[in-house]
Design a protein. Structure first.
Length: 154
């Protein structure tokens, strides 16, 4: 990794609206695997941090009035390591089934942005980055996996 990139980490937010209440049996395929997937993330190469409550996940952190709106916010050492976790680990089969548990998004639901090493984003900042992406499309301030900006642009 070039020296200049080692001073930056990639933050990611993804959001979803559950099709059912989180304690509904139809959500068990997702909720029942949260601890396993979170432990996989925690041990993944490049993982730095994730938003979590005392319960160990973020599903009970409510950032809106909608009880079925959930967030996943994490920080990784590189985009490649985040992609490897998301698309090439045991996390991938869960993602492939997400439409069983979550409404199909009609707008951006994932935002990426660079943070200086050692800085952790807040949930409010993350939601603002997602809103920026929705409003402006991919920019150095908030982008997606298809349109990546380098940290010096941020």
């Amino acid at each position: 990794m070039p020296a200049e990139l080692s001073q930056w980490h990639i933050a990611q937010l993804n959001v979803g609206r559950a099709r059912h209440d989180l304690d509904d049996t139809r959500m068990q395929g997702f909720m029942g695997r949260l601890d396993e997937i979170n432990a996989l993330a925690d041990a993944a190469s490049g993982f730095v941090w994730r938003l979590q409550s005392d319960a160990g996940n973020a599903t009970d952190i409510k950032l809106t009035d909608d009880p079925n709106f959930i967030v996943n916010l994490s920080v990784w050492r590189s985009i490649e390591q985040l992609k490897n976790f998301a698309y090439k680990s045991a996390h991938a089969p869960i993602m492939a089934q997400r439409r069983n548990w979550f409404e199909v998004p009609t707008e951006a639901y994932l935002a990426l942005w660079w943070v200086p090493e050692g800085i952790l984003p807040t949930a409010d900042e993350a939601l603002a980055r997602l809103e920026t992406l929705k409003r402006d499309g991919p920019t150095a301030q908030s982008f997606d996996f298809q349109t990546v900006f380098q940290p010096e642009a941020a």
